[in-house]
Design a protein around this ligand. Structure first.
Ligand SMILES: [Zn+2]
Length: 280
């Protein structure tokens, strides 16, 4: 099997460091300079969600149309998600929901409603553990596969859903698991800060002032602690959708924004099926 990008990165780091020590002799400088540089790149690969160092990661979509992608993480939440779906429907907006598998299992009808109303379901792991980034590749694989299987059964699709790792963190083990499954991994170009800012108008304004065609926006309709909720989105989303409309932008799914499938509204059903088959 071919090496994933993270393993090629690690091998190159080791080779360059060994080469430096061989050429210049082992010293603080000959070992420290390459090791320091690779440590900085490692940190970028782990902590910056948009980093492509360990694995190719979609951050923005196509910019030739007035389209953006709103994405909602950590649901479905029975107290919040239905109202989010109502608001999206009122604005004829489509979105991508990066669901936590154990929540989707409990609230399967919400997942079915998302799919029925033209939204996309993305994989956000089964547990959404803060420790997942320390798991070996097999542990990442279990988290990915269990959620993906449930999504496929909810949407009756064979296509592998987009994957967004918990907290957006990556590791070489995560990259190996993703490479093995040929996963499409997506981060975001705009973080709405809806988990940090308490004023919904500021959240909406912060996104609308920055947004351009092709942007992928991170929002939350759920909370990774099951007893807690994120009601701020209920006030922020109408303002955000209104702001998009005023800027002439419409929200589509991540797949559409990435150019992977034709827009649902204008695609003949045969073409859509063919596109689905091609990806399955
Ligand atoms: Zn999350």
């Amino acid at each position: 099997m071919s090496l994933c990008r993270a393993d090629r990165f690690l091998l190159t780091s080791a080779a360059v460091t060994a080469g430096s020590a061989a050429v210049f002799g082992p010293s603080l400088l000959s070992l420290g300079v390459p090791l320091g540089a690779y440590a900085v790149m490692m940190a970028d690969g782990v902590f910056r969600p948009a980093s492509p160092i360990f694995y190719p990661t979609l951050v923005r979509g196509r910019t030739d149309r007035p389209h953006v992608a709103l994405t909602f993480d950590d649901g479905p939440d029975p107290e919040i998600t239905p109202a989010v779906l109502d608001m999206l429907a009122a604005h004829k907006a489509r979105a991508t929901f990066f669901v936590i598998g154990r929540y989707l299992e409990k609230h399967r009808t919400l997942g079915e409603r998302m799919h029925r109303e033209g939204h996309e379901l993305g994989n956000h792991s089964w547990q959404h553990s803060y420790f997942q980034n320390f798991y070996p590749a097999s542990g990442h694989g279990r988290e990915i596969d269990r959620c993906a299987q449930l999504i496929k059964s909810v949407t009756q699709s064979k296509s592998e859903p987009w994957y967004r790792p918990p907290v957006g963190l990556k590791s070489p083990a995560m990259a190996r698991a993703s490479h093995k499954r040929n996963l499409k991994v997506v981060a975001w170009s705009i973080h709405s800060r809806d988990t940090m800012i308490r004023d919904p108008a500021s959240v909406a304004r912060g996104v609308v002032n920055r947004i351009r065609p092709g942007d992928i926006v991170l929002l939350h309709d759920g909370h990774d602690h099951e007893q807690r909720h994120r009601p701020l989105i209920l006030q922020a989303l109408p303002l955000l959708l209104q702001g998009l409309r005023e800027r002439g932008l419409s929200s589509v799914t991540v797949s559409e924004l990435s150019g992977e499938t034709l827009p649902v509204a204008s695609a003949p059903s045969g073409a859509r099926l063919a596109a689905d088959d091609a990806r399955s």
